[in-house]
Design a protein around this ligand. Sequence first.
Ligand SMILES: [Mg+2]
Length: 233
Amino acid sequence: MSETNTVPVTSGFAWRSFDAYLFDIDGTLLNSRDWVHYNAFHTALQNVYQCDGRIENVPVHGNTDIGILRAAAKLCRVEGERFEQGLSRAQKIMGEEVEEHAAELRPELCPSIRELLDSLFADGKLIGVCTGNLQRIGWAKLKAAGIRDRFTVGGFSDRHEFRHDIFRDAMEQAAAHLGNEAKVCFIGDTPNDILAAQKLGVPVLAVATGIYGLDQLEPHAPTHAVGCCTELL
Ligand SMILES: [Mg+2]
């Protein structure tokens, strides 16, 4: 893509050399072993749009909550103005439902995530999230996983439908803390994470802890790729 900036691929990836680390959530920090987020989509689709569209029929990995809602609503011919008019209510319903059912969240941390976060935190690094989740949902998952206190900034899909806009938002928040010269690294588990980082010209570490294997991530030329974060420690 002509609009994609090139990030040099380094063989000796100095992963500790960054000032800020911005993590995707699902498949990168954790995998959800529950139906709470999933159910919230369907409650919102049903209550706001009287739509029976199912999110299993749309691409969810590397997508954003708004993008998933839009695609599922479209299956029921809800689109355009009708979709937009209900969107803020749909987001509110989703956030409320996940918070109400927070006790049912079953996040499973990806290998060595806790150790990695502790290590970065001890080094005084800025840690944030850049996720397609809505803000209330993303924070609820991290809280349930016992890692919320490690994160200072977050880019979410409440105000952004596209991943690179979410990443830019998180990056700007990091810059507000550390200045524009701060070195930022994104960490994600899907080709869309790699593409979003490349679009911003920022290094990206790909981790094969979601549904994509290394063989599926490496062709997208992340700055570096690992099977899981244990390989970093
Ligand atoms: Mg992910």
